[in-house]
Design a protein. Structure first.
Length: 168
């Protein structure tokens, strides 16, 4: 999907900051569990020294983690990316994923309410370059299309998965 291609493009832009990481392939599971699983199997077979898989989709990350488990590659191939705590708890517990991220809906809701209040009360205006205070989340700066990322993704791992797996 378009947003996943944007995330891949953004990751590509910063790869020069990680000279020890070699991207061996970009494959698409098309947000289908079975295709994502098969693509992961193909990566594992084609690249026997594969260390990690980054899946920018909640469907793909679960399927990739399952494929890593089924291939007996837990501890050898780490699956990370964007996922839901309720769906990824098993992968964290098995070790197929050390951590993953997604936006915390509490933080997003809070930020959206702060932006809406600022705009409705004329404390801010929706124009390119406008900086809007978002309380405990800091602030956002609107781009040329008056859009902004409302928060950084939240990382989930063994230290917090139990707290969030029943939330979403």
């Amino acid at each position: 999907s378009t947003n996943q291609n944007v995330w891949i493009a953004e990751m590509t832009k910063v790869m020069d900051q990680y000279p020890d990481i070699e991207v061996v392939a970009t494959v698409y599971g098309d947000d289908l569990a079975d295709k994502s699983y098969r693509e992961t199997q193909g990566l594992i077979q084609t690249y026997p020294d594969l260390d990690a898989i980054i899946a920018p989709t909640s469907v793909g990350i679960v399927a990739a983690a399952q494929a890593v488990q089924d291939a007996g590659k837990v501890g050898e191939v780490n699956v990370t990316g964007l996922g839901l705590p309720s769906e990824m708890a098993g992968a964290i517990e098995s070790g197929a994923s050390k951590s993953f991220a997604i936006w915390n809906p509490v933080d997003l809701g809070y930020t959206a309410a702060m932006i809406a209040h600022a705009l409705a009360s004329d404390a801010a205006s929706a124009e390119p370059g406008a900086e809007i205070a978002t309380g405990r989340m800091g602030s956002v700066t609107l781009d040329d299309e008056t859009s902004a990322a409302m928060s950084e993704p939240f990382t989930y791992d063994a230290s917090n998965i139990d707290e969030f797996k029943s939330v979403f």
